[in-house]
Design a protein around this ligand. Structure first.
Ligand code: LIP
Length: 262
C-alpha cells in the first residue's frame, strides 16, 4: 500500500502541472446555476487522474465530480475532486486543491490533497499519521476562543445562506475570527495542520471532503456531519470538523442556530 500511496502522490503532482499550465481561456460553463461553474481544466484533470489511478489499481471504482460514477459500488473506490475551489481557480485565487481519496468498503484508507500554487501536498494513510510535503502535521490544542474558524457557504444551495451565515456569525463571536477559503479540501487540511481550529459547511459532495477528512483524522482531529453523526461517502453530507478541544463546542453552536438535519 505504501508504494500505491507514493504513486497516487506522483499522479496528483503531475495533475498539478495541468492546473498551473491553464491559460486565460479556461472555457468556463455553468452547471446547476450561475454560481456553479466548471472549466475545461476540471474535465481534463479528472480524465488524467481516472486513467492514471485506475492503471495503479484496476480493480477499483472511480467517483469524480465531473462525470458519472464508474463502478462506485466496488470494494475499492477513488473519490476525486479534480479542481476543488473551481471559482477560486477561475478568478486566479491560488486556493485550489486537487483531492484524491481512496476508500475501502465505504471507509477512507488514503487521502491526498495538493495545492499546485503553493506546492503543498497534504497526505495521510489510515493508521500512519498525516503529513504536509513529507513533514508530520497535527491539529492545534487551542480552544475556539483562541482560534480561527473556517466555514463554507454551500453556494450551490442559496436556500442555506441564512443558516450558513447565522452559524458563521456565532463562530465569529466565539473565536478570534472567521475565514472563507472556498475549497473544502484545503479547509480540512488547514485545520489538520493547526492553521485553524474548526470548519463547517451545510452541504458538500463526497469528493469535496473524502481525502481531507482522513488527513484531519490522522492529524488528531474530529470530523462528523453537523449533528455529530459519522460522515457519509455515498451521498451529499453536512460537515463539522475541528481539533479535539473545539469539536463539541462547534456542534453546540450549530445546534444553537437551530440546525437539526438537512
Ligand atoms: C467547492 C467547495 C467549497 C464549497 C463550494 C464547492 P468545487 O467545491 O470546495 O467549500 O463552498 O460550494 O462545493 O465545486 O469548487 O469543487
Amino acid at each position: 500500500m505504501e508504494q500505491l500511496h507514493q504513486s497516487i502522490c506522483d499522479a496528483v503532482r503531475e495533475a498539478g502541472a495541468i492546473v498551473r499550465s491553464a491559460d486565460e481561456d479556461k472555457g468556463v460553463k455553468e452547471k446547476s446555476g450561475h454560481q456553479d461553474l466548471v472549466t475545461r481544466y476540471d474535465g481534463a484533470v479528472q480524465r488524467f487522474l481516472e486513467e492514471r489511478l485506475l492503471s495503479l489499481l484496476p480493480e477499483a471504482g472511480f467517483l469524480g465530480e465531473e462525470d458519472a460514477p464508474n463502478h462506485a459500488e466496488r470494494e475499492w473506490v477513488f473519490i476525486v475532486d479534480p479542481i476543488d475551489g473551481t471559482t477560486n481557480f477561475i478568478k486566479g485565487i491560488p486556493i485550489v486543491g486537487i483531492s484524491v481519496g481512496l476508500a475501502r468498503n465505504g471507509q477512507m484508507e488514503q487521502g491526498v490533497v495538493y495545492n499546485p500554487y503553493t506546492d503543498e501536498l497534504f497526505t495521510a494513510r489510515r493508521g500512519h499519521g498525516a503529513f504536509c510535503n513529507g513533514r508530520p502535521i497535527s491539529v492545534s490544542n487551542h480552544p475556539l476562543a483562541d482560534g480561527i474558524s473556517f466555514f463554507g457557504t454551500s453556494l450551490y444551495y442559496p436556500e442555506l445562506g441564512d443558516r450558513s451565515f447565522a452559524i458563521a456569525k456565532k463562530l465569529f463571536e466565539s473565536s478570534l475570527d472567521v475565514r472563507r477559503l472556498g475549497a473544502a479540501s484545503l479547509d480540512l487540511c488547514y485545520v489538520a495542520a493547526g492553521r485553524g481550529e474548526c470548519y463547517f459547511e451545510c452541504v458538500l459532495s463526497p469528493w469535496d471532503y473524502a481525502a481531507g477528512s482522513l488527513i484531519l483524522e490522522e492529524a488528531g482531529g474530529i470530523v462528523t456531519d453537523m449533528t455529530g453523526a459519522p460522515l457519509r461517502f455515498d451521498r451529499k453530507c453536512s460537515l463539522a470538523a475541528a481539533n479535539a478541544a473545539s469539536h463539541r463546542q462547534l456542534l453546540e453552536i450549530i445546534a444553537a442556530c437551530g440546525y437539526t438535519q438537512k
